[in-house]
Write a protein that binds this ligand. Structure first.
Ligand code: UMA
Length: 479
């Protein structure tokens, strides 16, 4: 670990006061730093965190800030949502004030071992799976980072024997200095967040920083099937590869449908790939990557196999919701870009009714055409991206302009037949109609569960129940 940092009497600026900023400001104030924290939002929008921050002695400047706020600060810690090239951070650099992401600060205080997991898609599933395997194998673990709990918030519980499993985003990695996971895993690289990083090259460079400070004592794990990942393989750490398509010298691969871990010419059969409960080739990649990570962290082959078999998956990632008369409903609300939607479609054999749309992120939906032709029977379009998506995919799949998620689910229920898959994998952000992708996913699940409930009430001939459910529907969705 890097040298611990003395925070006492240090003048710090924390920018952004949501999950990361609040945890960072409280952590630093608790260690005697003189903390100023700022946000473009006003006190009334900060969900009640203001009294707690004030009580901890944090000086607040809310409702906006000027570049001058960095004057006389010794360290600036912006939240991941603050763009690295924003004027206030440029000013800090001009004044030679260090600008660190919160993961850099957390790293200076973290005890025990650190596993860092990044990539364009699959991060959350893989991070959760690694954590699940290690816990099942008896390790004391903490799950943190981009997955929702800031790394700094878990530092206090870390001990010499604990393992912190952290999901890392490009926003967090682009502002590190000495951050160094013992095991770094890069799952894949496809274009994402180009509104922030501008070019794929800059985005890739931010992700590659996960390996930057690793030494010969550390481990890097990469995807041999992904050309962009191969190009940035590091030279200092020991490199392990995973591949669905080829054998690898050191790492994990598939042989005769078995998942194999290989190290120093010794092979271990982990489990049969058909036993993996998560659908799709991309999930096979996630499982291969998690296997190497957990094995090198110290879990035994049999423990890994058992934990994979019992892994229930992650909410909003190809999450199974219900089977209603042979029609299976899946929630993949986290598919907020075209590549993630492609992977979701590819995870099923066919006859998919897919719900697409939301807020466009400059996505190229023409990339969906071939897979829609092959796998989908119907595309239900929702949200503000409806027109653009319709223009870009028409002629490749039947389209219904549903407008809202509620209409889309109702239409899917009417038109589907046994054996069909109804898949929410929107390829768009959610912010036009929902607070975030989690809100969208929960709304989808609620709609499907109501369908199921209504169906069960009908088959019981229970008219009273049906009326109640309809009343409840009207309440929840404002019909
Ligand atoms: N703000 C400013 N100035 C700015 C920009 C934002 O003051 O220029 C303020 C906003 O008004 C707001 C706060 O900053 O109050 C928001 O900060 P934030 O967006 O960093 O929110 P956090 O709650 O701290 O969430 C961050 C991650 N968010 C982003 O990367 C955008 C969360 O990842 C992460 O779970 C959390 O830290 C804990 O580590 C979310 C995410 O969308 C899930 N990540 C991206 C992704 O997965 O695609 C990278």
């Amino acid at each position: 670990m890097a040298a611990n940092l003395g925070l006492k009497d240090k003048q710090l600026l924390v920018i952004g006061l949501a999950r990361t900023g609040i945890a960072t400001a409280l952590f630093c104030a608790d260690r005697g730093a003189i903390v100023t924290a700022t946000d473009t939002r006003g006190a009334e929008e900060l969900n009640g965190s203001v009294p707690k921050l004030r009580a901890a002695g944090v000086k607040l400047q809310l409702g906006g800030y000027s570049d001058g706020i960095v004057q006389e600060k010794e360290l600036v810690i912006p939240s991941p949502g603050v763009s690295a090239d924003s004027p206030v951070l440029s000013k800090a650099r001009e004044l030679k004030i260090p600008v660190w992401s919160e993961i850099e600060l957390a790293f200076r205080f973290l005890n025990g071992r650190l596993i860092g997991i990044t990539g364009s898609n699959g991060k959350t599933t893989t991070t959760s799976l690694v954590d699940h395997i290690l816990r099942q194998a008896g390790f004391s673990t903490a799950l943190a980072g981009n997955i929702g709990t800031p790394l700094i918030a878990t530092v206090g519980q870390s001990t010499e024997s604990s393992v912190t499993v952290a999901e890392l985003s490009s926003f967090q990695l682009e502002l590190i200095e000495s951050f160094r996971p013992n095991i770094s895993l890069l799952l894949n690289l496809t274009p994402d967040h180009l509104d922030r990083h501008k070019t794929f090259r800059a985005y890739t460079a931010a992700k590659a920083r996960i390996f930057e400070n690793q030494t010969e004592d550390d481990i890097a794990i990469l995807n041999l099937d992904d050309a962009a990942s191969r190009e940035i393989a590091p030279s200092r750490p020991q490199v392990f590869w995973f591949s669905r398509k080829n054998n690898v010298a050191q790492g994990a691969f598939v042989k005769n449908k078995n998942l194999i871990f290989r190290r120093d010419n010794k092979e271990e059969e982990i489990l049969n790939c058909e036993e993996i409960p998560l659908p799709g080739d991309h999930n096979l990649e996630n499982v291969l990557a998690a296997t190497i990570t957990a094995r090198l962290a110290g879990a035994q082959a049999a423990q890994i196999a058992e934990a994979i078999r019992s892994f229930a998956g992650v909410e909003h990632r190809l999450e199974f919701v219900a089977d209603i008369h042979g029609v299976r409903y899946y929630n993949d609300s986290k598919a907020t870009n075209v590549d993630a939607t492609l992977k979701a479609l590819q995870a099923f054999p066919g006859r998919i009714i897919v719900i697409l749309g939301g807020k466009d992120k400059d996505g190229d939906y023409t990339q969906l055409r071939a897979t829609l032709r092959e796998k989908a029977v119907l595309a239900l379009l929702i949200g503000s991206a409806e027109d653009k998506i319709a223009k870009q995919i028409e002629g490749n799949v039947a389209i219904n302009r549903s407008g809202t998620l509620e209409n889309a689910v109702a239409f899917a229920a009417q038109t589907s037949r046994s054996g069909d898959i109804v898949l929410l994998a929107p390829a768009c952000a959610s912010f036009d109609q929902f607070q975030n992708y989690e809100h969208r996913g929960r709304a989808f699940k609620e709609l499907v569960r109501q369908l199921q409930h209504n169906d069960e009430s009908r088959s019981r001939g229970d008219s009273k129940n049906t009326a109640n459910t309809e009343q409840r529907n009207a309440k929840t969705f404002g019909k």
